[in-house]
Design a protein around this ligand. Structure first.
Ligand SMILES: C[S@@+](CC[C@H](N)C(=O)[O-])C[C@H]1O[C@@H](n2cnc3c(N)ncnc32)[C@H](O)[C@@H]1O
Length: 275
């Protein structure tokens, strides 16, 4: 486990993933019934943009840094920026909240976050980063194992966020297969599965596998900011939503062209596909 999210935090992939995450959480809040969020690969929660890792690889400058002061961004982006502003009260972007930190901003008393992080240092940092309250649960636990073991949540409604580091070459296929047991137990849950956009054929195979595992109602959103790089640098990412909340497709259709243009490094593009 060498991956450290601090080197990539706030980049174009985080912008897409976290904007979609916040839409999903807002959608869950439309009903008073409690919901659960299972974050299988949570990271350290809060990232210091002036810290050594973010300084060495300041990907956030070409990510959230480019849209931080944008006057009137589309609603999907405005909601995301407002949530990040909550962690930067004086208006300067210094701290970036990862997925579990963003999730805590949307929890009501009756809702629960279960955040899994296996790396000991990242896990310890996550414990320090998240508010100490009974409905925020931090597990030093394998996210793949938790995906089966913690589904369905007692609340019987909620969101599962799957965001592994893709260090192992088979992690895309592994993630697609891991959806099977989770969907069997929690078939009506919403799932947000982030994937790197490196090989279109590998992603298409992963989508097919997800469908074979029981993913029926899906929405795929891709965003890339440049043409593929020979050295494999990440220039795009894809989120697959299973059981996407109502209204997300429309907000993404509005936001993706905006993000592609705002974050471009040469050859931007986007794709949205509902199946
Ligand atoms: C891409 S980062 C997560 C970023 C986070 N979801 C966010 O959006 O802010 C992936 C994280 O998964 C952790 N990790 C790797 N393998 C894991 C496993 N099997 N179970 C749980 N966490 C794992 C890594 O230490 C890393 O912090």
């Amino acid at each position: 486990m060498n991956y450290r999210h601090a080197f990539h935090v706030g980049n174009h992939a985080d912008v897409l993933k976290h904007a979609v995450l916040l839409f999903c959480l807002e959608a869950l809040r439309r009903k008073p019934a409690p919901f659960a969020v299972l974050d299988t690969h949570a990271g350290r929660g809060l990232y210091d943009l002036g810290g050594a890792e973010a300084e060495r690889s300041p990907e956030w400058r070409d990510g959230i840094g480019r849209i931080w002061d944008w006057p009137a961004p589309p609603p999907l982006v405005a909601r995301y920026l407002a949530a990040v502003r909550g962690f930067n009260q004086d208006g300067a972007l210094r701290v970036y909240p990862g997925s579990p930190a963003l999730a805590t901003t949307q929890l009501r008393e009756q809702d629960v976050l279960m955040a899994c992080e296996l790396h000991p240092e990242e896990h310890a940092a996550l414990r320090r980063a998240l508010p100490r309250q009974p409905n925020v649960q931090v597990h030093a636990r394998d996210g793949w194992e938790a995906l089966g073991a913690l589904s369905p949540p007692p609340q019987r409604r909620g969101l599962v966020a799957i965001d592994p580091p893709y260090e192992a070459p088979d992690e895309l296929a592994k993630a697609a297969r891991a959806l099977g047991p989770a969907l069997k137990r929690f078939g009506h849950g919403a799932y947000l599965w982030w994937r790197p956009l490196k090989s279109e054929s590998a992603l298409a195979a992963a989508d097919d596998e997800a469908r074979a595992q029981g993913a029926k109602d899906t929405l795929r959103a891709d965003l890339w900011v440049d043409r593929p790089q020979a050295e494999g640098r990440l220039v795009g990412s894809s989120v697959l939503l299973i059981n996407p909340p109502y209204g997300l497709e429309e907000e993404l259709r509005d936001a993706l062209p905006f993000l592609a243009e705002a974050l471009t490094k040469g050859r931007p593009g986007w794709r949205l596909e509902q199946r």
